[in-house]
Design a protein around this ligand. Structure first.
Ligand code: PLP
Length: 356
């Protein structure tokens, strides 16, 4: 018997999430964001389930080449562009479009002599201060790219810092619009949060990531309120049971002390599987489909679940760490992080299966 942990991917849910996003942004085309191995879901399977997307956006040329090898003939966009000038020829050969976020990348494109021109998304820094050309320098960069023989269709993009939060998109959207008045080209601005909550920012192409995978970009709204369903379910089993008396401590550091008689189940899942080590006592977990809480520190290969109120549960009982029946967002919130981080951290040692 292998260790009982497994990750299951509901590909029907992944396809349905794309449809839910389309319903919400019917005015726009969809770049399905599949960076970080499709947020831990596997690039190849995500591309299959998202075959109806209008294009795929990711970071690495290698991953773009893999998509082409898999037969994907849709547009592909490298969100951060090329990391070195010698990648340009491969992008042209693969028909992959690239982001351009700085003047150095503009210069590389000006000097390039490519077999065929490539699509470019010129990125503006409208306030995130991560990647992008500042609004006042944007037109000059745009003009240089339009004059460059290696540049084909030239689109415009920016990225919101707080589409999921209080500030929203208004200020950044205003900067973007003011600095691009009259410029030709398609626009792409919206991540999942802006796609779901800020229709003014839909523009020509939305760029959802996390929502495709059935998680919410918002701290104050659950994914199902947008018709999104979980895709990844991380499951395991109870492999041992301990009966505690008052004063017994649990796990490394003995951070949890039983206040009275308790039963705990030891789950075959730990931080080496991608479960967050910082998840404190009280993090939600399902045992036999019933909600309970984790107890004590998460260790490398195991964690403990409270079975005191679940007398039927024991060795072999099914445990859901997140996914179907328990949203990854909720587990992430309890651990002080985001579902993004948990999904991406799924470890290679966890066997993967597909549904749908
Ligand atoms: C990751 C990323 C997205 C997708 O963000 P989500 O919050 O997952 O929807 C969109 N655009 C860019 C530039 C990104 O890097």
């Amino acid at each position: 018997m292998p260790r009982p942990i497994r990750a299951t991917f509901d590909l029907t849910a992944l396809s349905a999430n794309l449809r839910a996003i389309r319903t919400c942004a019917a005015d726009a085309r969809v770049w399905a964001v599949v960076k970080a191995d499709a947020y831990g879901h596997g690039l190849a399977r995500a591309a299959r389930a998202l075959a109806d997307a209008d294009g795929f956006a990711l970071l690495d040329l290698d991953a773009a080449a893999r998509l082409r090898d898999l037969g994907v003939d849709k547009p592909i966009l490298l969100l951060e562009g090329c990391f070195s000038p010698d990648e340009l020829a491969a992008c042209a050969a693969l028909g992959v479009s690239i982001g351009v976020h700085c003047v150095e990348q503009v210069e590389v494109l000006e000097r390039a002599r490519l077999a065929r021109p490539i699509g470019v998304y010129l990125k503006m820094n409208t306030g995130m201060n991560r990647l992008g050309i500042r609004p006042e320098a944007f037109r000059a960069a745009h003009a240089r790219l339009r004059a460059a023989p290696s540049v084909g269709p030239l689109a415009l993009m920016t990225h919101f810092a707080d589409a999921d939060g209080e500030r929203g998109v208004a200020e950044q959207l205003h900067r973007f619009e003011a600095a691009t008045v009259g410029l030709p080209g398609e626009r792409s601005l919206a991540n999942s949060a802006a796609t779901l909550r800020h229709p003014v920012a839909h523009a020509d192409w939305v760029r959802p990531g996390i929502a495709l995978y059935g998680c919410s970009p918002f701290a104050d709204a659950a994914a199902d309120t947008f018709g999104l369903a979980p895709v990844m379910t991380l499951e395991s089993e109870i492999i041992a049971v301990q009966t505690l008396v008052a004063g017994d401590r649990v796990g490394y550091g003995g951070t949890f002390t039983a206040g009275g008689p308790m039963r705990i189940g030891v789950v075959a899942c730990g931080y080496a599987d991608g479960y967050p080590r910082h998840a404190p006592t009280g993090t939600p977990i399902l045992v036999s489909g019933q909600r309970t809480r984790t107890i004590g520190r998460v260790s490398m290969d195991m964690l403990a679940a409270d079975l005191t109120a679940l007398p039927e549960a024991g060795i072999g009982s099914r445990v859901t760490l997140w996914g179907e029946g328990l949203s990854c967002d909720e587990v992430a919130a309890a651990a002080g992080t985001l579902s993004y981080e948990l999904l991406c951290a799924l470890a290679a040692r966890v066997p993967q299966f597909e549904l749908g």
